[in-house]
Design a protein around this ligand. Structure first.
Ligand SMILES: Nc1ncnc2c1ncn2[C@@H]1O[C@H](COP(=O)(O)OP(=O)(O)OP(=O)(O)O)[C@@H](O)[C@H]1O
Length: 331
């Protein structure tokens, strides 16, 4: 819709340059430089990494100490009001008045964004339907489940048809089913409506199915920024299992030696070999090596690393503290 028509793939919706935010006791953002393209971007970082601070600066609600940032091409220092008109925001914490219904609340937010009364009511009905709130929308929100409250918060961020929404920890407090539903909804905000999304999470493995791009920050610093595909495919490997034989009682070991001799990078993981996929020829080299040893091939399948594994493997040593929940939620 709005964004698809007017923005090319190469245009950034958010750009920061050496963005720094210092509080008296802590540097919440530390020379953060990044560009975010249209689509769904996951902003991942442990609690305290600086995600909420970044969102507040992007909305023009808090000043940066140094550096620059722009949203939809507008400078956050000078165009805060315009940015807030074109951007939806879903805050992290519960902010819903318990005595009013979802419909009343979202209509109110639509009116605050400048929509006329009739349009506000129509957009509210459409948006609440989109997030899956039906007859409950007329009940006071104090009686809503966490999942329903999160949906209302998402609806109020979308109701004025923004070009971009900033969603701060939208899956907080949800059970696994509720979380999957929320992530599905978020994906459709982009695919169905062309509204770009920046969604934060402190769980490293959570956003990889939802996001086109992942940005990881830690201690206010940019740790990594790349497409989700690059994250998960850069280290794709083949899991290989072979039989033993009289001649090769440890078939796994014999195969490992043969693969290394053939120039591949591989390691044993119990009875399984994990072979780095250099290119398409890797499959043939493995097949030929196993056949050459006279062993049977039990299994050979591509195994994509998940984001959480990448960080556990590669960055654990470099990181000052572990990402919360990364391992648990990657499975
Ligand atoms: N108004 C403030 N005054 C002083 N320090 C602050 C303020 N807001 C945030 N901080 C500090 O800045 C750091 C980054 O906080 P921020 O809320 O941006 O992190 P976060 O990644 O959003 O984590 P969380 O999900 O826990 O909110 C933290 O150390 C936090 O204590």
């Amino acid at each position: 819709m709005a964004l698809n028509g007017t923005y090319g793939r190469n245009v950034t919706v958010i750009e920061t340059e050496s963005l720094t935010k210092r509080y008296p006791r802590v540097t919440a953002l530390d020379r953060l430089t990044m560009g975010i393209a249209p689509g769904v971007t996951g902003l991942v970082g442990a609690n305290g990494a600086g995600k909420s601070t970044l969102i507040k600066i992007l909305l023009g609600l808090a000043p940066a100490t140094e550096g620059t940032a722009s949203v939809l091409g507008l400078d956050v220092r000078t165009h805060g009001a315009q940015i807030r008109a074109g951007v939806g925001y879903m805050p992290e914490h519960d902010c819903l008045p318990p005595d009013v219904s979802a419909t009343e609340f979202v209509v109110h937010m639509a009116r605050m964004s400048g929509l006329p009364p009739t349009v506000a009511r129509e957009r509210t009905a459409d948006t609440l339907r989109h997030v899956g709130l039906y007859e409950e929308r007329y009940r006071p929100m104090g009686g809503y489940s966490t999942g329903m409250k999160q949906r209302v918060k998402l609806a109020q961020a979308l109701v004025h048809d923004p070009r971009l929404v900033l969603l701060d920890e939208p899956t907080n407090g949800l059970d696994p089913v509720g979380r999957d539903e929320m992530l599905g909804l978020i994906r459709r905000v982009w695919t169905d409506f062309g509204i770009s999304v920046l969604v934060t999470s402190h769980l490293l493995g959570e956003l990889e199915r939802t996001s086109d791009h992942i940005v990881v920050i830690d201690g206010g610093k940019l740790l990594r920024s790349s497409s989700t595909r690059e994250f998960t495919q850069a280290t794709a490997s083949l899991a290989v299992e072979v039989t033993d034989s009289d001649r090769h009682p440890d078939g796994t070991r014999a195969t490992l030696d043969a693969l290394v001799a053939a120039g591949l990078t591989a390691q044993a993981d119990g009875h399984r070999l994990l072979v780095d996929i250099a290119d398409e020829s890797t499959y043939d080299i493995v097949r030929d090596a196993v056949a050459g040893l006279g062993l049977g091939l039990i299994r050979m399948e591509q195994r994509r690393h998940r984001i959480a594994e990448l960080f556990t493997d590669r960055d654990a040593a470099a990181r000052p503290r572990p990402m919360e929940g990364g391992g648990r939620d990657a499975a």
